[in-house]
Design a protein around this ligand. Structure first.
Ligand code: DP6
Length: 332
């Protein structure tokens, strides 16, 4: 159709090595602290967007119509339409190669792919910086998935958010041996979404100021460790950072406990393996899944040991991946 605007984008999820947890401006999605992630080849979303319709926006994710619009995707589409000066309703088809809503950063890859595809379909030509700023307003962690490799989301200080965006610290080929193994211990949707969980933490956790202060130091350690490829420095700081984030979650009112017995089983196992000299560390996000950080030479052994743990249903191995990109092949 001559006047139909359609575009398709592919984006990878990312694993935060220093977490984003708390907004200083919830409307613009501006964080209290900067964060750092690895873009993950292996956890991918492909999204096609067309602006042509009338009536309601139609959003289909993995063959199901979106019902609970937790991330306000429709509001994000309005933002993009406004920026582009267009009015057509959107038809969106999105596919992921991993379970959504299980704590595997589906919103990061989802909102990054959606932002790029929708911006292109709307006729916007944006720089990576402006795309990252736009994706950030859809979901904070999505701003990091616009870039590939090792990525830092700058906290920024401007009230309008124009200096809060993601930058590549190192490309994927800088550290090709880095591995993240996502352990699926539960396919159930998490009890509290990250958006609600972090708002509650900022409002009620007595240790929140200490979180912000130490996360900012962790960011320096991890950035330096990435640049010098110092695995122990990066992975140890990432593990402690994740535990500190979970400590803030557990001490909000009411407390949020994402861990299950299987989460703890994997955490203890990883610590025991380390005693045997295997370089493996863990991190977790707002959910029960454990993500293991290791290096390619140890991957087979880590996978072998994980397969023997009762609580681990399956694993997904990720390597440093590319940033979001447009592709020619559409989903409809
Ligand atoms: C624990 O990016 O999902 O995964 O900005 O409200 O959409 P919103 O939150 P979201 O939060 C991610 C939180 C985290 C840590 C991280 O990825 O940095």
């Amino acid at each position: 159709m001559a006047n139909e605007r359609k575009a398709t984008a592919v984006a990878n999820a990312n694993i935060a090595l220093v977490k984003y947890w708390g907004k200083r401006d919830p409307a613009l999605i501006l964080p209290y602290n900067g964060s750092m992630s690895m873009t993950c080849e292996g956890l991918q979303t492909i999204t096609t967007v067309a602006f042509a319709g009338e009536g309601q926006d139609e959003i289909i994710i993995n063959d199901d119509e979106l019902r609970k619009d937790e991330k306000d995707i429709r509001g994000h589409l309005d933002r993009i339409r406004k920026l582009a000066g267009i009015q057509g309703k959107a038809r969106i088809v999105s596919e992921t190669n991993f379970p959504v809503a299980a704590g595997l950063a589906s919103s990061a890859s989802g909102l990054a792919a959606l932002t790029l595809a929708a911006a292109a379909a709307a006729g916007l030509q944006l720089s990576p910086k402006d795309l990252s700023i736009l994706a950030r307003q859809g979901s904070g962690s999505a701003c990091r998935s616009i870039l590939g490799g090792f990525v830092e989301w700058k906290r920024g200080s401007q009230p309008d958010g124009t200096d809060s965006y993601a930058l590549q610290v190192a490309p994927p080929q800088h550290w090709p041996d880095f591995r993240m193994v996502a352990c699926i211990v539960s396919d159930k949707a998490k009890p509290v979404g990250s958006r609600a969980g972090m708002a509650q933490t900022v409002a009620t956790c007595p240790y929140y100021p200490q979180w912000v202060e130490t996360a900012t130091k962790d960011l320096e350690t991890v950035r330096q460790g990435i640049l010098t490829k110092d695995f122990l420095a990066v992975a140890a700081a990432a593990e402690l950072n994740a535990l500190k984030m979970h400590a803030t979650m557990m001490t909000t009112t009411p407390p949020i406990i994402y861990w299950t017995p299987a989460t703890l089983e994997v955490m203890h196992a990883v610590r025991a393996w380390r005693e045997e000299g295997i370089p493996a560390y863990f991190t977790m996000d707002a959910g029960p899944q454990v993500k293991i950080l290791t290096l390619e030479p140890q991957l087979a052994e880590v996978e072998r040991r994980l397969s023997q743990l009762e609580g681990v249903a399956r694993t997904i191995v990720c390597t440093p991946g590319q940033g979001a990109a447009l592709q020619e092949k559409h989903l409809f």
